[in-house]
Design a binder for this molecule. Structure first.
Ligand code: GUN
Length: 295
């Protein structure tokens, strides 16, 4: 039997339409125009595509969008200066510094310099800490999008076994923390995990965020499980062309899972939609205006 395909594009379009309506209302009722600044250093092709898509989506939602492009050899001091300027700019409510940064720039120092109130990525330790203890926080976009799709599909997640493969600060760790917040029993698996296939087979919810093309095979998936594939890997084909694949071997897993996100068209579009929603949340909190219900 073939799994239900979770359509992240359609889900994201609906969320973006809701955000656009909220922006219209914020402008009309409070004279508030949410603003997002995205900083991109270097010319990594994948990052350029992400940043362009974020810029377009921000404008389409009716928000102010500022894009700052920096050379690959930019100094840490220059990036810090830009972050400080954006921290002080009242028309900017969200700051996103695209990762990875060039190697001469200390990512942790840059994230630490972002005003936590404007940290729409939810990467600042103030936000990761607040989220972990259940306080209001800016929450990372990709895990938020995954939780929305999971709740839409499964309803209450309480008591389900969730396995997160990958322990990055951007996805794996915050994903595990959010699943714990939904009362799942959470396992974080990683490159040193023993018998990874067996751990994966215990999952009612399997989240793959390792960055290894098609690593998770069909027989690692519990029949009926919900599979969320966060991986975006470009692989070369024999024809000389390239193709995007996830961390899950889709053609195998789709025969076993109950539901699965495709790549592309699954998690990716939701990340951008959640970024827009986070920017609205940040703008409302900064301006002291009631937050619209986004989730
Ligand atoms: N690089 C890949 N994903 C992300 C993300 O969600 N935020 C930022 N800032 N950089 C990224």
């Amino acid at each position: 039997m073939s799994a239900n395909i979770i359509d992240g594009r359609e889900f994201a379009l609906k969320l973006r339409a809701r955000v656009a309506k909220q922006v219209t209302e914020l402008k009309a009722d409070h004279g508030l125009m949410p603003g997002l600044a995205v900083v991109l250093a270097g010319d990594d092709p994948a990052s350029q595509v992400y940043v362009r898509n974020k810029n377009v989506a921000t404008r389409e939602a009716g928000m102010k969008s500022e894009e700052i492009r920096l050379a690959d050899d930019v100094s840490q001091a220059d990036v810090l200066e830009i972050v400080e300027r954006l921290n002080a700019d009242p028309s900017i409510h969200g700051i996103l510094v695209q990762l990875p940064l060039p190697s001469q720039v200390d990512e942790a120092a840059i994230i630490d310099a972002i005003d936590p109130a404007k940290d729409v990525d939810g990467f600042h330790v103030i936000n990761t800490g607040r989220q972990a203890v259940g306080l209001d926080a800016m929450v990372p976009c990709t895990p938020t999008g995954c939780i929305m799709m999971l709740k839409d599909r499964l309803g209450d997640l309480s008591g389900l076994n969730a396995v997160v493969v990958g322990r990055s600060n951007i996805v794996g760790k915050p994903m595990a923390s959010l699943l714990l917040g939904e009362n799942c029993t959470v396992t974080i698996a990683h490159s040193r995990t023993k018998d990874l296939p067996a751990i994966c087979r215990s999952a009612d919810i399997l989240v793959a965020a390792v960055g290894r093309p098609e690593m998770i095979k069909g027989d690692w998936v519990k029949p009926g499980a919900t599979v969320i594939d966060v991986g975006v890997n470009r692989i070369a084909l024999d024809t000389g062309k390239t193709r995007l694949v996830g961390d899950v071997c889709f053609s195998e897993a789709v025969e076993v899972a109950g539901a699965i996100t495709p790549v592309p068209g699954g998690v990716g579009p939701m990340t951008i939609a959640c970024l827009l929603a986070n920017t609205v949340t940040a703008a409302c909190r900064i301006a002291g205006v009631p937050e619209p219900e986004i989730k």
